[in-house]
Design a protein around this ligand. Structure first.
Ligand code: FAD
Length: 323
């Protein structure tokens, strides 16, 4: 079976890997180069976690965990850095405790001294919940490992203007923020998000997500960065953006991230040493669009939390494409 994949972000790379697992003949079309910073998958690290307030996401993360381990074995690369995850919440009911209990996943509640020993501060009256099967996925290494193991025909600088131009039995569209240009009616909106890096010494810290009472989801977050030590960001803080337009880090968001780092990590210099932007492609309820329409399969799996799920998303897209 001949399958064309549009887009070599992490979802296109994962789809190519999973399609090759099924013996398909795969061609990947990427409009830019493989390490483009124009989309959503660039950079050195992303948070990997099993902990989510809903069992659906916990089970999908567990499926992805197995996939990451499979890819590590096949590529010989370390792709996960399991330094742990700590949820900090003003109210315990915001944490993933109930869903983790339902899924039989173990966790520990930490006190202020334990959080402080991790280099962070637990605000008065807050709850800290730690899980172990979590930390980071090494993003750029992961994208390359998918493609190296897949051994697919990857064409960079190959922008697909219309799906009709593709000579294939099936087409998988993993075009990230550009999905609307190729497949009308996919219910997403695009924002340009800002993140910052901070100089931090010492062993990799656990990833941290501040659970936000207003949204019920996570607000500020931080994770290990292999170069500077700490990466931090504000979830869903960005402004609407056109994928083909360029954009710079938002100064007001950088200031907000810096203030949060000053408060949460008193041992870290809150002056950013590097800043970057990245695009979110978000659905109303942050769910993923994994859908087949004729011989076209759409994979829109972002909403700012998709990377960790890539092996599971890739395998589901391959299943849809070869059905
Ligand atoms: C700031 C930020 C922080 C994040 N943090 C986390 C995190 O901690 N944990 C986590 O799990 N997830 C996180 N995410 C989400 C995760 O990075 C995304 O869900 C994931 O990268 C989406 O990948 P994608 O392949 O769908 O999109 P993209 O990476 O955007 O890939 C789409 C590709 O398609 C190409 N393309 C588009 N149109 C065409 C065309 N017509 N022809 C050819 N090529 C085309 C583009 O050039 C692009 O390379 C974060 C995202 C951002 C922005």
């Amino acid at each position: 079976m001949r399958v064309a994949v549009v887009g070599a972000g992490v979802m296109g790379c994962a789809a190519a890997w999973a399609l090759r697992e099924r013996g398909a003949d795969v061609t990947v079309h990427e409009q830019f180069d493989l390490d483009t910073a124009r989309g959503s998958s660039h950079g050195r690290s992303r948070i990997f976690r099993i902990a989510y307030p809903e069992p659906y996401w916990i089970r999908l993360a567990q499926e992805a965990y197995t996939g990451w381990r499979d890819l590590e074995r096949a590529s010989g690369e370390q792709l996960l850095g399991l330094y742990g995850l700590v949820e900090l919440a003003s109210d315990r009911t915001l944490t993933s405790a109930r869903a983790l209990d339902e899924c039989g996943v173990s966790y520990r509640l930490l006190d202020a001294d334990e959080v402080r020993s991790l280099g962070a501060v637990l605000p008065e009256g807050w709850t800290a919940l730690r899980t172990e099967d979590a930390g980071v996925v090494f993003a750029d290494r992961a994208r390359h490992a998918f493609l190296d193991v897949a051994g697919a025909d990857v064409r960079t600088g190959s922008r697909v203007e219309s799906l009709d131009e593709l000579d294939a039995d099936a087409v998988v569209v993993t075009a990230g923020p550009w999905v609307g240009q190729l497949v009308p009616g996919v219910p997403v909106h695009v924002t340009r998000e800002t993140l910052a890096y901070f100089h931090r010494e010492g062993p990799p810290p656990p990833s941290i997500v501040d659970l936000n009472a207003e949204t019920g989801g996570h607000g500020m977050y931080s994770l290990h960065d292999p170069v500077h030590g700490l990466k931090a960001g504000a979830h869903h803080a960005g402004s609407p953006a056109e994928p083909d337009s360029d954009g710079a880090p938002d100064g007001a968001i950088v200031a907000r991230i810096s203030a949060w780092v000053r408060e949460r990590f008193p041992d870290v210099d809150p002056e950013p040493v590097e800043m970057d932007t990245c695009l979110y492609t978000t659905t109303a309820d942050q769910s993923f669009v994994l859908d087949r329409r004729g011989n076209v399969v759409v994979g829109s799996a972002c909403s700012g939390h998709g990377f960790k799920f890539a092996p599971a998303v890739g395998r589901r897209l391959a299943e849809l494409a070869t059905a």
